[in-house]
Design a protein around this ligand. Sequence first.
Ligand code: ADP
Ligand code: MG
Length: 477
Amino acid sequence: MSLARRTDGSGHVNATASQEWERVLGRVKDELGEAVYRSWFAMLRCESIGEGEAVVAAPTRFLRNWIETHYGDRLLKLWRAENPSVRRMSILLDASIGGLQGIGAEPANSTDEAEQAPLVPAEPANSDEKGLFSAPLDPRFTFDNFVVGKPNELAHAAARRVAESCAAPSRAVPFNPLFLYGGVGLGKTHLMHAIAWQVRVQAPERRVIYLSAEKFMYQFVRALRFKSTMDFKEQFRSVDLLMIDDVQFIAGKDSTQEELFHTFNALVDQNRQIVFSADKSPSDLEGLEERMRSRLGWGLVADVHPTTYELRLGIMQSKAEQAGIEVPPKVMEFLAHKIASNVRELEGALNRIAAHAQLVGRDITLESTQELLHDLLRSNERRVTIDEIQKCVAEHFNIKMAEMTSARRARAVARPRQVAMYLAKQLTSRSLPEIGRKFGGRDHTTVMHAVKKIEELTASDRALGEDVELLRRMLQR
Ligand code: ADP
Ligand code: MG
């Protein structure tokens, strides 16, 4: 089979190629471990496979360089084990790959909240001595530090209610389970830790277990291996409050799901409180057994909505205050306006400008913020279309729009066309084949070449560099 055919005309990496990439990632996990995989590889995307070359995209320059220098050879080797015809591998920059905190400056942290760079020095996280299996709680994740707004008011009220009931002598169970769901970085984990903290303070005798679904599975598998399933069951079935974070993780993991189902039933029977979180509602979670799905929807299902500008501004103010950082209101408004994706990114931005201000000993200003965070801001910018780019570039260089798709190779039209391809790669989330198609059905390697060429030229040719900068700014307004 010809490798070139692995990317289809629509520009999506086709099923075969993406399955291949999945298998490569599987090898990465096996060989380098889950933690390394999550820190460095989970954010990569397979761009294309063709003509002996595999192209991968990374969301930040930092990540790209890191992978290249630390894992480049390894990754190629693993890839070749999967597909021997791959001889080279290259890594492109694609800022549009989403969901990353602190884009650009720091390593791409895994999604584990505990590994986030703290705004305030965190106390050493202590684990619950009574719940052997419980994960450490983040000292910053309390109700006091949680900013309530329209998008999260239901989830917050429900979490408060659960904490109060669980700590009360009567130990009532208001709704079982409480199921919190919503996108990444919207405060689900924060709320669960807050419940645990409150119960720990108000009713220290209560047995509380908080852990991720992943850890639940790990403990379960371990118990199986060491033939200690009785201990395992006992631990989990004797708690007052069980909280399992990110249960979407166990979708499709049948025996773990089964075990969780039985644990769940045992606890409900004893009238013990359960809290789950997930990225989707029970009805939208795929790979769940039907009985599990219906059980999850028994209690209260509370949705954490994406943040609003007001909520983001409130969170910014609260975090800056907590950390004792002076941030001009203009800067906060600017960030709350620009970084709309998730709170974790907003926090990352605040950390970065604070660290920078401390380091250089200068006040935080709007200008320094814009400069420092420009990569992060760009990835949050409004999306431009390829048509807009072509039109704008054609106008700028005074050529006809039709030249963007024509076969003419005269420099006077070829160069602007390359600039447009470069900008399309930089400013949109389109893949190389998709961009090629928009430029009169050109091959993805032509686009790749254009991107490299313009990267080189803008470094050496000042006039062109300015043109490209100007166009970029115009397109992003
Ligand atoms: P999720 O579990 O939903 O992915 P987290 O609970 O880990 O999100 O939240 C990500 C970061 O954002 C955390 O540092 C958390 O403290 C912060 N955060 C999210 N929502 C709020 C909020 N309403 N008030 C204060 N901090 C928040
Ligand atoms: Mg979480």
